[in-house]
Design a protein around this ligand. Structure first.
Ligand code: FAD
Length: 399
């Protein structure tokens, strides 16, 4: 008998288990793999606020001060300033393991090689059948939480719906590339990353992560792996990638769009399972941590009083509505400025971004965590963007 059972010991499950256990709630994490942090599908970017929450600076491979963003025809816009850290690149395996270790230090239990087979909600709890290292174990908890990632078993088992968008990400770890150590690069264009962008992220010791993400409907029957091949063989960039030697390749989903009801009686989902990744960057660690922070106090009270039916959980999960709204607004602006435009229009946007006064604006107001205020400022203050402002107004109104 545990008060809370969390399915999934990824960063969000681990973070939630730390917060629950350190407040005296008996918590068990159930993880299907033999090891935490493997297999990983992530570029490893963790923003400073999320890093501050866990204080795991020892997992940082590289700090990043800015991004060199390339238009389809090769116009380069530098965003950021040397010496001002915008984000960290972590070793995801070490990061996930350290987050879960914090939970265990706080008193949470962890079962590896374990997964749920069945869950039945009864009046006083949730009866679970867990397969643990090949054996079936019966378990009971007051609250079941799915932090089990993009294809969440919990979300599917309790028929909670699907996140609005499910992007596909592909990435290769490489050695042999050169470039500025503390700047990442982004590449755009229909051939390379239709509707979104590709990235090159420095990971220290002359290694990089090269990746692409896209919405399935923009791929026109191609795979994201083919988009990656288009990037490294593109006439504009093939010289840049000629010396890259691949160490590993992996692919994974990115769910963006918090589901409408991430809860049922005595059950809820969080993190990627709830669709919490950002539609503008695909980042899900920081947003998942924010979700935990937003609900933890009320959640602990409800667990202690055993007030965990759908209406109580609905009130606890109220902040998720604001997160969904934020995602919708960010998606609307992303669509307008990046996803819908063809390569020619994207190039013309880059020409505007590259003007000194616009770059100053971007560097002064740009916040990767909150892109909507910057987008709105650009639409208001850059004369050439004003024709988009009316469209943006409508999109934001209906977002
Ligand atoms: C190519 C790519 C690049 C990305 N880059 C970034 C980035 O740079 N920065 C960023 O913030 N985000 C990035 N993301 C997104 C990020 O990886 C996720 O948002 C983040 O891992 C979500 O954490 P989570 O704990 O919710 O889920 P997950 O990390 O998916 O963890 C879920 C855990 O649950 C376990 N699990 C699943 N099902 C079961 C089950 N039935 N039983 C038991 N255990 C189960 C899994 O094994 C896993 O350990 C990227 C994603 C992709 C695909």
């Amino acid at each position: 008998m545990y008060q809370v059972v969390i399915i999934g010991a990824g960063p969000v499950g681990g973070r939630l288990a730390t917060e629950l256990s350190s407040r005296g709630i008996s918590t068990l994490m159930i993880e299907e793999h033999a090891e935490i942090g493997r297999p990983f599908q992530c570029a490893g970017l963790v923003n400073p606020p999320a890093m501050q929450m866990v204080g795991l600076e020892e997992t940082i491979l590289q700090n990043v001060d800015g991004a060199l963003i390339h238009s389809p025809s090769g116009i380069m816009v530098p965003v950021g300033r040397d010496g001002r850290v915008r984000t960290h690149v972590v070793c995801r395996k070490k990061f996930d393991q350290a987050v879960v270790a914090q939970a265990m230090e706080a008193g949470a239990h962890l079962w590896l090689l374990s997964k749920p087979l069945n869950a039945e909600v009864v009046k006083d709890g949730v009866n679970l059948k867990i397969e643990r290292e090949g054996e079936i174990v019966d378990l009971k908890c007051n609250l079941l939480i799915g932090a089990d990632g993009a294809h969440s078993w919990t979300r599917r088992y309790f028929k909670m719906g699907r996140p609005k968008e499910m992007m596909i990400g592909f990435q290769a770890d490489v050695s042999g590339l050169s470039g500025k150590d503390n700047w990442l690069e982004m590449y755009t264009g229909r051939d390379i990353a239709p509707g979104l962008f590709a990235w090159v992220i420095p990971t220290g010791n002359n290694t990089h992560r090269i990746g692409v993400w896209a919405r399935p409907q923009d791929l026109d029957g191609r795979s994201v792996e083919e988009c990656y091949d288009s990037l490294i063989n593109h006439p504009l960039w093939k010289e840049r990638f000629a010396k890259a030697r691949e160490i590993a390749r992996y692919c994974g989903p990115v769910p963006c769009g918090v589901i409408r009801k991430p809860f049922k009686d005595r059950v809820m989902v969080i993190g990627d399972a709830a669709g919490m990744a950002k539609p503008t960057t695909g980042g899900g660690i920081g947003p998942g941590f924010r979700q935990v922070e937003a609900i933890i106090d009320k959640l602990v009270k409800a667990v202690n009083k055993d007030k965990l039916d759908a209406s109580n959980l609905s009130s606890i999960c109220k902040p998720f509505k604001a997160f969904r709204k934020e995602q919708d607004r960010a998606r609307a602006l992303r669509d307008l400025l990046v996803t819908i435009p063809d390569d020619e229009e994207l190039d013309s946007h880059f020409r505007m971004f590259n003007r000194p006064e616009v770059l100053d604006l971007i560097n002064a107001e740009g916040d990767i965590e909150h892109p909507v205020p910057l987008g709105m400022t650009l639409l208001r203050r850059v004369p050439e963007f004003r024709k988009l402002a009316v469209k943006a107004g409508f999109k934001l109104l209906f977002a």
